[in-house]
Structures are given as structure tokens and as C-alpha cells.
Write a protein that binds this ligand. Structure first.
Ligand code: NOJ
Length: 759
């Protein structure tokens, strides 16, 4: 029986491999034939990605004469074309008017949803719910394809340990293990194992690489990092996305070893293609080829040639490839092979997407129903709730549905700010505010008195910069004093105050770094005035990054971090506030105690002079004026209920290369609410050939426990979990003693140890 089954399995695997080989051969034959017909200019044309405008331009240039260029075969793809009708129109030009009728590929920044917007990625990551995250990527793919698109500029997997960097909002946070898990499910959600389907998009992993480590948290800034740190802490999520089958990669704006990523052959060829066996195509970021001129790498012709030779296939917006590669070929600075390779990879992507069979694959009128469908809106509401992280709760949450609630703050009723940064296709008019969400839930059972209380910020120069895409920071006619006065009056008449404070949507995101990551002064003043009323205050914090909130933390009775929740933000947050949903989010990036601590992250190395809490301080690694620990650490987040952890049980005390140890804990819900808990497993290697982090996340499970219920959570541990890149960049596990820690956050864990024998 067993033999028969194995034979059956072998036949299936064999058939699958043969089928895949035949499909690849067919694709290559098709592309060979096509390329034989293509002129040099047409091949170079495929390497050109343009944007006719209409989306969110993220550089100084927007492409011109796009139609003529498409007709001339000088365009490989477009992005920023929003709407199936417009995609259809542009595709028709390529198919009907260009000599070889090669279809265009249509991309877009589908970052956290498409028209239905989900929480910003940093918020969504706090759900630690990979099934949910995958569902949001699926929904995004369904909507994007219904809008004619085939290519999503996502996932953004840049690890970031610096909340000053505005783009921390777009990624999964500070940890490579969690980041890798999320990267993988997002790619699978977008591509769904079949790019030819009319509801899948090709993923584009970005920004390759290390973009999140910009010096000083300033966007586009220099990155300088040891290879050990790169391999162990920053590269894994990109690799995970590629292993999950991502069809394309976007190069980053920064330098790596002082060579811009876009022209970095170590990165794009040695690492990506030779070590990681990536066989898709690489697109530059917005004019990042041209920007190599400012980096000091040569003129446009030189940097374009450099980028192509380094392994870049497609040039976004800058047209350096389009305008200079022919000359570089004539001058023998590049070879025809270099151009052919890049062209072939782009044609392969189009082929894999089925665009040669049906260039209009996604533009059918009956797909409109897939956009903003009830199913997607419900998912948006659920995701908004699951992304919330309860940072503090002195028994004031969940709110009661009775009495009087003062709802104050500039983010309480601001549709424009609900979607968060990088919501290219989202329509903020359709978003649900917190006020609407709370009213939907309480109906007539409680009274809600609303007052804006303050502007998000009163700094007009700052506001002008933030408001480039619209008036997110509204400056109404009322003075600061009047607004505060109204809010205080509302608070005095209420049993409890809900203060919706924080950042405007575009105070994070691209080109939105902040040196001061506190609450703007206008809102601090509002909070101080509210505190004077003596009423309990619940801060509902809208933010695209971890913020520095020591003072606010001491003033509030509760803080619920809601990030930017997307289209259904208000409903999802209200679900949590009123206890329809028990908050289960856990931070994926540390909230610093002060900006001066940055970078502050949980998986740091020990120093030679580690400070031990409560111990002597002189000649220890600490600060004179602030603690070492962040205000809220990685993995932290409260619930309305309580979870108790048993000590860890290990199935064995010794691990070797062929065995598995199971580490188990029993978690009991000892509180008064049913709820979900993210059980986290960390490892520490006590002695190694290089200094290793004080702990590293190596497993997590999200479980649901009814009140009073217990569950045993079991984590399998195998040698792979112990592996790291050593001084020779060899991926090894070293013999020795390991601590395994399991708990509710990175600082609240049970500990046990085992030994690993590498033999
Ligand atoms: C620049 C951003 O860095 C990138 O993330 C985005 O995909 C492109 N612009 C296209 O909009």
C-alpha cells in the first residue's frame, strides 16, 4: 500500500516537473521567436516603465508623450494608470498601434489594499495574523485586477529600527523572522500560485535592499551596514518573498557599500541571481537610475550602462535606458546580451501573466462588482480591529454603551486621514471615521459629544509640507483656545473622554521623516487641558510609526494604538473600543522612550558592559537621563482579558541535526473576556563564534481562548532555527547551550534551556 502510494506520488511529481518544463520550453520558444523580430530600439523600449500621471507621483518627473512612445514600441509598461477603462485605452494603443503588438504591463502601488484599503502594513503586521494578512493581499489582487492591473509594487519588506523614517509605515517592523513570514504570505496572496488567473497580480518585492536602515532615519539617505548584520537581520524578508515566488524586485534608492542599489552588481547579480536563484525581473525605483548621477557615479549614459550591467532590467520613469543604451552599445560599454537578457526577463513576466494570450485579461465590465465588495469591506473592518494594539488600560476599556462619552481630537472625524499613507486607489470619501464608527455601535444607548479640540498641528510650514496630497491637516477658522475650550466643555459633561490624537496620514510614508516623533504641540496642549478635567482619558492613537509618548502615557488612563486602519477604520476601532473585538495586536516595532535611544530594537547584541536593571550604573552601557528599555517593546500589547503562562516543558534537553525538540507552554485565559493571544517564542544562544542577539523571535502562534480556557501551545524546534551567518557568511548552527523563551511579549517570557550538538 505504502509502496503504491509512493509510486503514485512520484508519478504526480514527475508529471508536474515535466509539465513545468514543457511550459518553460514553450515560453522560451515563443520569446525567442518574438525577440528575433524585435529591433534593438524595440528591445530597449521594453525596458522602459513610464507613468502618465494620475496616481501619486513620487519624484519630480512625470512622463511625457506617453502615447507616441507606446506607438513607437518605446514602452514596456505603465504605472499610475487608475481605472480599467484607462488601462484598456492604453493597452489598445500598444496592441493596435505598435509594430509588434506587444502588450504593456500595468503596475501600481497596491500597498495595503486597492480601492478597499486595509490598515497600513505596519499596523496590519501587529495582528501577527498571517492568514488575515494573506486575505488582505488576495482582496487587493482581486480589486487591482478588476481595475486592469497585473503588477503590484508590494510587498515592502524593509526592516526598520528607526521610527524617524516615515516609510516604517509601509513595512512589517523591526524583526526579520516576522517580516519573512509576512513577506511570504503577501506574495502568495497576490500571486496565488497562478499568475495567469484574471485575479492575480505579480508581486514586486521592495526596496531591494536595506532601504529601512537610512542614516538618521532620513529618507533616501546613506546606508552603511556590515555583511553579518545584512545577512542575519535585514536580508531574510526579501529572500522569503523570493522563495515564495515573487516575480519581480524593485531596487532601492540607497547605497550599499557606497554603490547605489540600482547599479550594484553584487546586490542585483551575485546575491539576487547567483546566490538566491531569482529568475524574475528587477525594476528600478522612481528615477533611481538617474539619481545615480547625484550619487556621483557618472552621467546619465554612464549610470544607465552601469545599472544594466549590474542586473537592472527595467528603468522606472527616468528614461535613461531609453535614451542612452543604444549609444552605450555602439561604444561597446554594454553588450547586446545585456539588453537581450533584460528584455527577455520582462517578456517572460508578461508571458507568465498571460498577457500575450489576452492583453485585456483584466478589463472586463463585470469585474466592477469585485471592487469595494461587501466581503472586502468586512475584511477591512476586521483587519482594522485586529491591527489595534492596546498599550495601556487602567480598567476603562472596553467602553460602556451608556452615559456620556466626549469624543475629541483632530482625528476623531477626519475621513481624509483614515486610509493612511500610500493609498493610491483608495477613496477617502468612502472611509468611516471613528465618530461614525462609534455612533454606529452605540445608536441611542449612549450620548457622544464631539469636539475637534485642536488641529493636528498648528505649524503652518510643517502643515504645508504634509498637505501635498490634500488637506489632511485642516486648519479651521476656530482659534486653538476656542477649540480647546469646546473640548474641555464636552469632557466636563461626560463620563469618559476618548481623545483621537496622533499623526496625519502623510506625516509618515515616503519623504516623511520626522526628527521629533512626539505628539504635535497643539495636541499636547489639548491633552493637558483635558487632564485638568479629572475625567478618565482614552487616547486613540493614529500613527504611521512608533511615537515618543512618555508624557502622554502618564496622563492617559488607556491608549489604543489604531495606526491608520483603512476604509473601515472607524467601525473596526469602535468594535475594539466597545468590546465587540478584544484587542490582540502586538507591536512589531519598539516605541522608544525618547528619540535619543534610536535605534532601539529588541534583538540587540549584549555589550561587554551590559546594564542590569536595578544594578550599578557606573561604567555600564546606559544613559544618565533615560532608561535603556523602550517605552513599549516589540511583541507588547494588552488584552481585555489576562493570559497566564505555565513554565516551559521541553520534550528533550538535547537537540541534534536530525531531531526535533518540542517546547510547550500552557496558556490559560484567567480574565473575564474571550480573546486571542500571540504566543511568542524567542531563542538565545549563550556562547557562539560571534556575539549573538539577547533574543531572537523564532516562532509565534496566535490562539483563541474562551475565558477560563487553557491550551497547550507546542513549538517544534529544529536545527534550522539555530542557524545564522557567521564571520565567513556561512549559514551555520553551532553546538552549545540555548535558552528558549516563550511569552506574551519580548520582555515577558518563561525560560528553559537545551543543548545542541552539531554532529
Ligand atoms: C517610489 C517609491 O519608493 C516606491 O515604493 C514606489 O513603488 C514607486 N515610487 C512608484 O510609485
Amino acid at each position: 500500500m505504502k509502496k503504491k502510494y509512493l509510486l503514485f506520488l512520484a508519478v504526480i511529481v514527475f508529471n508536474h516537473i515535466t509539465y513545468a518544463q514543457t511550459a518553460t520550453t514553450k515560453m522560451n520558444q515563443f520569446i525567442d521567436r518574438l525577440m528575433q523580430e524585435m529591433t534593438l530600439e524595440e528591445k530597449i523600449g521594453q525596458l522602459n516603465l513610464l507613468t502618465p500621471g494620475g496616481g501619486i507621483p513620487t519624484g519630480a518627473v512625470v512622463s511625457s508623450d506617453v502615447e507616441t512612445k507606446i506607438k513607437n514600441g518605446q514602452v514596456g509598461g505603465l504605472f499610475g494608470v487608475i481605472g480599467a477603462d484607462k488601462v484598456l485605452q492604453a493597452q489598445r494603443i500598444a496592441i493596435e498601434n505598435s509594430r509588434l503588438h506587444i502588450p504593456l504591463i500595468f503596475g501600481s502601488d497596491v500597498i495595503h489594499g486597492h480601492k478597499t484599503t486595509f490598515p497600513i502594513p505596519l499596523g496590519l503586521a501587529c495582528s501577527w495574523d498571517t492568514i488575515l494578512i494573506k486575505q488582505t493581499a488576495r482582496a487587493a489582487a482581486i480589486e487591482a485586477t478588476a481595475d486592469g492591473l497585473s503588477w503590484a509594487f508590494s510587498p515592502m519588506v524593509d526592516i526598520c529600527r528607526d521610527p524617524r523614517w516615515g516609510r516604517i509605515a509601509e513595512g512589517a517592523g523591526e524583526d526579520a523572522f516576522l517580516g519573512s513570514a509576512i513577506a511570504g504570505v503577501m506574495v502568495r496572496g497576490y500571486q496565488n500560485n497562478d499568475l495567469r488567473k484574471d485575479n492575480t497580480v505579480m508581486a514586486c518585492v521592495k526596496h531591494f535592499a536595506l532601504y529601512g536602515a537610512a542614516e538618521g532615519g532620513r529618507d533616501y539617505n546613506t546606508v552603511d551596514m556590515s555583511k553579518i548584520r545584512m545577512y542575519n537581520d535585514y536580508l531574510p524578508p526579501y529572500k522569503a518573498a523570493i522563495d515564495a515566488g515573487a516575480g519581480s524586485v524593485m531596487s532601492s534608492f540607497n547605497v550599499i557599500d557606497d554603490v547605489p542599489a540600482t547599479g550594484n552588481s553584487w546586490l542585483l547579480t551575485n546575491l539576487l541571481r547567483k546566490q538566491w536563484h531569482f529568475n524574475g525581473f528587477v525594476v528600478s525605483d522612481y528615477t533611481s537610475v538617474n539619481e545615480m548621477e547625484a550619487h556621483g557615479l557618472g552621467n546619465l549614459q554612464e549610470v544607465s550602462a552601469l545599472a544594466l550591467k549590474a542586473g537592472l532590467d527595467m528603468d522606472m520613469v527616468g528614461e535613461g535606458f531609453l535614451t542612452t543604451l543604444k549609444t552605450s552599445l555602439q561604444q561597446k560599454k554594454i553588450t547586446l546580451n545585456d539588453i537581450n537578457n533584460a528584455c527577455r526577463r520582462i517578456l517572460q513576466a508578461k508571458y507568465k501573466l498571460g498577457l500575450f494570450d489576452n492583453p485585456y485579461r483584466n478589463v472586463s465590465p463585470n469585474r466592477a462588482k469585485d471592487i469595494l465588495s461587501l466581503e472586502h469591506l468586512l475584511l477591512s473592518r476586521k483587519a482594522a480591529a485586529k491591527s489595534c494594539v492596546l498599550l495601556k488600560n487602567n480598567n476603562v476599556l472596553p467602553l460602556q454603551r451608556k452615559g456620556v462619552i466626549a469624543l475629541v481630537g483632530p482625528l476623531a472625524d477626519s475621513k481624509r486621514n483614515m486610509l493612511g499613507t500610500w493609498s493610491v486607489a483608495g477613496d477617502w470619501h468612502k472611509s468611516v471615521t471613528l465618530k461614525e464608527g462609534m455612533e454606529n455601535i452605540v445608536g441611542n444607548s449612549a450620548r457622544i459629544i464631539y469636539a475637534k479640540g485642536a488641529n493636528i498641528s498648528d505649524d503652518t510650514a510643517f502643515n504645508k509640507r504634509v498637505n501635498v496630497f490634500g488637506e489632511e491637516i485642516e486648519m479651521g477658522p476656530a482659534s486653538a483656545e476656542t477649540m480647546i475650550h469646546e473640548a474641555v466643555a464636552a469632557a466636563k459633561n461626560a463620563d469618559i473622554v476618548v481623545a483621537a490624537l496622533g499623526e496625519a496620514a502623510d506625516m509618515s510614508g515616503e519623504s516623511s521623516s520626522r526628527a521629533d516623533i512626539g505628539l504635535p504641540e497643539s495636541q499636547q496642549k489639548l491633552l493637558e487641558a483635558l487632564v485638568q478635567t479629572g475625567k478618565p482619558i482614552v487616547i486613540v492613537l493614529f500613527n504611521g510609526r512608533p511615537m515618543a509618548l512618555v508624557k502622554e502615557n502618564s496622563m492617559a488612563s488607556a491608549i489604543l494604538d489604531v495606526w491608520f486602519g483603512g476604509t473601515e477604520a472607524g467601525n473596526g476601532i469602535a468594535d475594539v473600543l466597545f468590546g465587540n473585538e478584544n484587542p490582540s495586536g502586538k507591536l512589531t516595532a519598539s516605541f522608544p522612550y525618547s528619540v535619543g535611544q534610536i535605534p532601539v530594537y529588541y534583538n540587540h547584541l549584549n555589550t561587554g558592559r551590559p546594564y542590569v536593571l536595578g544594578g550599578p550604573t557606573k561604567f555600564k552601557s546606559d544613559y544618565l537621563d533615560i532608561p535603556n528599555a523602550p517605552l513599549f517593546p516589540f511583541g507588547y500589547g494588552l488584552s481585555y482579558t489576562k493570559f497566564q503562562y505555565s513554565p516551559i516543558t521541553l520534550s528533550d534537553s538535547v537537540l541534534d541535526n536530525n531531531t526535533t525538540i518540542y517546547a510547550s507552554v500552557t496558556v490559560t485565559n484567567t480574565g473575564n473576556y474571550d480573546g486571542e493571544e500571540v504566543v511568542q517564542l524567542y531563542l538565545r544562544e549563550e556562547v557562539a563564534s560571534i556575539s549573538r542577539p539577547v533574543k531572537m523571535l523564532k516562532g509565534f502562534q496566535k490562539i483563541y481562548l474562551k475565558k477560563g480556557e487553557s491550551k497547550t501551545v507546542r513549538f517544534p524546534l529544529q536545527v534550522d532555527a539555530l542557524k545564522f551567518y557567521n564571520s565567513d557568511l556561512a549559514f551555520v548552527a553551532e553546538s552549545g547551550k540555548y535558552d528558549v523563551m516563550i511569552g506574551t511579549s519580548s520582555i515577558d517570557v518563561q525560560t528553559a534551556s537545551f543543548t545542541y550538538n552539531n554532529q
